[in-house]
Ligand binder design. Structure first.
Ligand SMILES: [Zn+2]
Length: 154
């Protein structure tokens, strides 16, 4: 069962005190546990735009979500969905998942996304992406594609 974005506790980058010296922040999950969450920076005009780095996939996000097991992850690693995006048609739903994953993690365009959906071919590796991370994303994408195929044949 997938979680829903709107119902999950989150941390938003805009709620955090940020100065350029900081490489991240300590987030107190409860009285015993504190986690260090790294910032990711993207050059933007005269300065930097600051994001939260997901500890698992290392991608940059405005929000991280808190799981029951006290782990902070992005909505993809946490497998969260927007309530409003939920479709009643499972086929459409899994295509949506594949598209979103491709756009965010592979920076894929529509042609590449169509290749994924029609032929199951993973988008090529973005230039700056490390090979290990690329393999990781391909594995997740293959899993999503497999779920999609299963639903097609049902
Ligand atoms: Zn992630």
């Amino acid at each position: 069962m997938y979680g829903i974005v709107e119902k999950t506790q989150k941390i938003n980058i805009n709620q955090l005190p940020i100065d350029n010296e900081n490489t991240g922040f300590y987030y107190k999950l409860n009285s015993q546990t504190t986690r260090f969450i790294k910032f990711g920076k993207i050059k933007n005009g005269f300065g930097y735009r600051v994001y939260l780095l997901c500890p698992k996939c290392k991608n940059k996000f405005n929000n991280l979500y808190l799981s029951d097991s006290d782990i902070l992850l992005c909505r993809f690693c946490m497998k969260l969905h927007y309530k409003s995006n939920r479709s009643n048609d499972p086929k459409e739903n899994s295509i949506g998942k594949i598209k979103r994953y491709c756009r965010i993690h592979f920076k894929a365009n529509d042609t590449q996304i169509n290749l994924v959906i029609i032929h199951g071919i993973s988008p090529s590796k973005p230039i700056r992406m490390k090979r290990e991370k690329y393999k990781h994303h391909c594995r997740i994408l293959h899993k999503l594609y497999y779920e999609y195929l299963i639903r097609l044949t049902k």
